[in-house]
Design a protein around this ligand. Structure first.
Ligand code: PLP
Length: 378
């Protein structure tokens, strides 16, 4: 088969607001480092949008996870429950602190960790849970919060993929002791690289702010009572973020519009039993970060063949679902987490971004239908 040029990237940012104007202003005024008005404005804008006090801008979602784990007092000898099906940063943050991630399995329909699997993963050393809202759908976060409270554990919400998602009418990020956003280039709100954390307890929040800035005492310059990091976002980066945040509703609505079109166009393939579509249970608002499907048939190589045909035959870029953490060399475990494994082998993320046109979605779905039927009969 001759290779078709790339027509649809899996993701791309839309910088259609005042991003360039704000960046130029930050540059012209010389405020290009880790403090400045755009940082303050971005932190206030995100906090006001989500109704959570009070955002702290950081260099990435990964840095945010590390800081929130540290602010909870995580250290060696402790266990933290993390879904196996997630991006590696959720587990690595635990490891950075010298602690051990213990993995929970996923539900086959929501792809998120279930309460039962979290309970099953609980050990004597469990001190906290990192709940991940995967691919835009909230985890059963109200129940997870109750469980953590009952067991005296803390809860960090990894909202990297779910800015704007809601459960029971509340934004994700408002349920836990802390929450983390990512503003990586493919996220719903993007600054290229960047993130934000929310830490509910004021003392813990102050600790996180201090750790972000080399562990410096917040009242006494160059007094560093603890070893910290440089996880400061720049004012230039925040300028992009503010432009994005001014269009936050638009970007969320765009993800939902794109998803509605995919759902309609792909329903016949689900009916034929070829794939499973994402769900939005009652009480949940899915923001469909990356619209994804789970193939019903075959194994990992079948899924990989579908992806290759989509790319080479139709110019449609896709991504496979994450490799479950318990399959990675550093986290390999004897535990069997069959749902995470099935999803990891069968899931595909389709192109999803603000501005993806209806007719383009139609073309992608036609390519997927043709590919599934072709690969099946090969
Ligand atoms: C679930 C999850 N957690 C954490 C991160 C890390 O965010 P960042 O790439 O900003 O470090 C990501 C990013 O892709 C993610 O998907």
């Amino acid at each position: 088969m001759s290779r078709v040029p790339l027509r649809f990237q899996v993701s791309k940012p839309l910088l259609a607001g005042r991003e360039a104007e704000y960046v130029a202003d930050a540059v012209e005024t010389g405020w290009i480092s880790g403090s400045g008005a755009y940082l303050d404005r971005l932190e206030s804008a995100v906090s006001a949008f989500l109704g959570i006090e009070h955002g702290v801008a950081v260099t990435s979602g990964t840095a945010g996870l590390h800081l929130t784990c540290l602010s909870m007092g995580l250290k060696s000898g402790m266990d933290v429950i993390v879904p196996s099906l997630t991006y590696v940063a959720s587990a690595n943050a635990v490891t950075y602190c010298g602690a051990r991630p213990v993995f929970a399995d996923s539900a086959l329909d929501t792809w998120n960790a279930t309460i039962e699997s979290i309970v099953r993963a609980w050990t004597e050393k469990t001190v906290g849970v990192i709940a991940v809202h995967l691919y835009g759908l909230p985890a059963p976060i109200a129940d997870i919060a109750v469980l953590c409270k009952q067991r005296g554990a803390w809860l960090i919400e990894d909202c990297a993929e779910s800015f704007g998602a809601k459960h029971n009418g509340r934004f994700v990020g408002s349920f836990g002791d802390a929450a983390v956003l990512s503003f990586f280039g493919n996220k719903i709100i993007s600054t290229g690289e960047g993130g934000m954390i929310f830490v509910r307890d004021l003392d813990k929040r102050r600790l996180a702010v201090s750790l972000k800035g080399q562990g410096m005492d917040l009242e006494s310059r160059y007094w560093h009572p603890i070893v910290g990091y440089n996880y400061r976002m720049t004012n230039v980066t925040a300028a992009i973020g503010l432009g994005q945040m001014e269009m936050a509703e638009y970007h969320i609505n765009e993800r939902r519009r794109v998803a509605a079109s995919y759902l309609k166009a792909l329903a016949p393939l689900q009916k034929e039993g070829l794939l499973r579509l994402p769900v939005e249970p009652n009480g949940y608002r899915n923001v469909y970060w990356l619209f994804s499907v789970v193939l019903n048939e075959g194994d990992r190589s079948y899924r990989n063949a579908v992806q290759t045909t989509l790319l080479e035959g139709h110019g449609v870029e896709t991504r496979p679902f994450f490799v479950p953490m318990h399959r990675l060399p550093m986290y390999g475990s004897e535990h069997e987490l069959p749902n995470a494994e099935f999803l990891g082998d069968h899931g595909i993320n389709l192109p999803s971004y603000s501005g993806l046109k209806e007719e383009e979605i139609g073309e992608i779905c036609a390519a997927l239908a043709q590919t599934l039927k072709r690969v099946r009969t090969q």
